[in-house]
Design a protein around this ligand. Sequence first.
Ligand code: TXA
Ligand code: MG
Length: 335
Amino acid sequence: MLLNAGDPAAIDTAARRLAAGSLVGMPTETVYGLAADADNASAVHRIFDAKGRPADHPLIVHLAHGEGARTWRAGVDHYAREVPAFAAALMDRFWPGPLTVILPRREGVAAVAAGGQDSVGLRCPAHPVAQALLNAAAAQGVHGVAAPSANRFGRVSPTTAAHVAEEFAALPDDALLILDGGACPVGIESTIVDATRSHPVLLRPGMITPAQLEAACGQPLRARDEAAPRASGTLESHYAPRATVRLMDSKPLQTALDVLGSDAKHIAVYARSPVKAARGVPLRRMPDDAARCAQELFAVLRELDATGVRLIWVETPPADAAWDGVRDRLQRAAA
Ligand code: TXA
Ligand code: MG
């Protein structure tokens, strides 16, 4: 069931369904989430079932912003056992916004959502519809909302309500209410920082760059190591369309298209450079700006995939840090 999120009655209905243990497709500034009450074990099991996601892959818990930071701070206190100073600085700087912080979990809360780990991923999203829903749900006693990206496990994350409907078309219509809040403005998932140890570790790059994180918390970010928590978004192969994605520099890409000529019909292309391809080859121009590329990336991958091609050739993004998030998603789609 798809409801227009601009209708206040839709938010109210969705909040009541969350409080009753049902699933809601929720727009956020990054991607759409498949939401359930984080403290309701059977509701959270429904998320894992619908996604086909292994139950030991932890979910992010989303917190209401309410009237200023007081509300999300109460949410952090509810779920986290302790908050290192660098993590508090990150939350102060980037919340509400596309940042997830992994913190030591208070025993007895959100255990199923946390996939049995002794940590919990928290995020206060900036999207007005997500916030309206989180606030309305909080008024019904929901402390936090567990929400992974609203796609089947391993697939491309959804950035429109129609993508969510497509992913879960097999569910009975009344099993999932989807709030249609339009296209997500950021377009790739939140930046994830592990704060369970004495120093910040970048677990998943997003649109907040390492330099911005370091400036906000006054500490250098460390790379992931053996002891860092696992994250499914960090699995080597993820975000994969049906077609095989291949990253190529513009010159070899053009040469390969020239060699194939009109035999390139099973290939789609997404490139910043003005490449030439035979008629009938689906061709999308990649924006020169990383933020604009991130915003459309998953929709473009879905759209090119839907043309039925066997291969999607993508021009390798620039090496610049602003492109880290986009590059990461494309590398995983290509793995
Ligand atoms: O932007 C986003 O983060 C979106 C929107 C809906 O908020 N959510 C999202 O959720 O991308 P998901 O489940 O697709 O990815 C969450 C990532 C996973 O890689 C998961 O392993 C990691 O966060 N994660 C969550 N809790 C964790 C924890 N306690 N320890 C380590 N990793 C955790
Ligand atoms: Mg995901």
